[in-house]
Write a protein that binds this ligand. Structure first.
Ligand SMILES: [Zn+2]
Ligand SMILES: [Zn+2]
Length: 152
C-alpha cells in the first residue's frame, strides 16, 4: 500500500466489511481483479488508457468488462496505488510511486511511454522571471517511439 493521503477510502471499506459477504467468492474475485489490473499498470511502459488496461487485463481475466475496469481503477486511486492523468483529452492511468518522470506520446501508434530523463532545468524553488516561484512542472514530449522509428 502506498502511504500518503488518507481520504474517503476507509468508510467504503467499513461498509463492505459489514455487508456479511466479506469472504464470499465475489470479494475474492474483486481482489483478483484489483491485483491483475494493478499489475498491468505496474508492468506497463507508460500510462495506459482504459481500453489498453482492459485488453491487457483480459489476457489474465477473460470476460472482464469495461465497467469493472473503471470501478477497479477508482478503488486503486482511492488506495493511492494508481494515479490518473489526462493526455490530449484522454484519461490514462499509471501506478503510483514511479518518481519524477515525463511522458512521450508517439504520434504514429498512439502509445505513451515513461521517460526518466527530465528535460526541464527549473527545479522546485526556482524563481522564474517576473517573480513566479516554481513548484512543479509537467512536460509531454511528442514524436515517434523506437518501434515506429524502426518500422519507417
Ligand atoms: Zn509508436
Ligand atoms: Zn521534470
Amino acid at each position: 500500500m502506498g502511504g500518503g493521503a488518507v481520504r474517503s477510502a476507509p468508510p467504503r471499506r467499513l461498509l463492505i466489511g459489514r455487508s456479511h459477504v466479506v469472504d464470499s467468492g465475489v470479494s475474492k474475485r474483486q481482489t483478483r481483479q484489483r491485483e491483475a489490473i494493478f499489475e498491468v499498470l505496474r508492468d506497463a511502459a507508460g500510462p495506459l488508457s482504459v481500453p489498453e488496461v482492459l485488453s491487457r487485463a483480459q489476457e489474465r481475466l477473460p470476460g472482464l468488462g469495461t465497467a469493472t475496469v473503471y470501478r477497479t481503477l477508482k478503488l486503486l486511486q482511492e488506495d493511492g496505488r494508481v494515479r490518473a492523468l489526462t493526455l490530449d483529452g484522454e484519461s490514462r492511468f499509471e501506478s503510483a510511486g514511479r518518481g519524477h518522470h515525463h511522458h512521450f506520446a508517439c504520434r504514429e501508434c498512439g502509445g505513451v511511454f515513461d521517460l526518466d530523463l527530465c528535460p526541464v532545468a527549473l527545479p522546485s524553488g526556482t524563481v522564474y522571471p517576473g517573480g513566479f516561484v516554481v513548484e512543479a512542472h509537467e512536460v509531454t514530449l511528442y514524436g515517434r517511439c523506437p518501434g515506429c522509428v524502426a518500422k519507417a
